[in-house]
Write a protein that binds this ligand. Sequence first.
Ligand code: HEC
Length: 107
Amino acid sequence: MRKLSAIIAGLSATALLSGMLVVVAARTKAAPAEPADTYKSKCVACHGKKAEKKFDTSMSDDQMVEAVLKGKKAEKPPHMPAYGEKGVTAEQAKALVDYMKQLKATP
Ligand code: HEC
């Protein structure tokens, strides 16, 4: 009887551990796609904390997404880099544009 309960305890501990591993793996996978993190690490230097620089909100969403993916030449350097080549997807670009609008709108 003792042996059986030891086995059961061992099994449930294993199940618990693998469940935790799955949660941790899912978290680390989702992290790089967070627009706030991407913005802070890649965009803030040129566009500012509140997206107050070089961000013309009269452009359409499509034009903005295209600027993120394909880059955009400014009158003089630094130009907007093309992030599509660096692995940013259209979906992430849209999320970044939405995030920038939100930043600019909140004082
Ligand atoms: C090296 C500086 C630099 C970095 C880094 C940079 N940008 Fe830009 N971005 C620019 C410039 C310059 C423009 C064009 C402004 C103009 O038209 O004169 C621009 C334009 C844009 C536009 C179009 C809006 C407009 O007014 O032209 C969007 C959207 C944008 N950037 C998003 C981003 C995002 C998102 C990131 C980070 C993933 C990023 N930028 C990183 C310099 C930069």
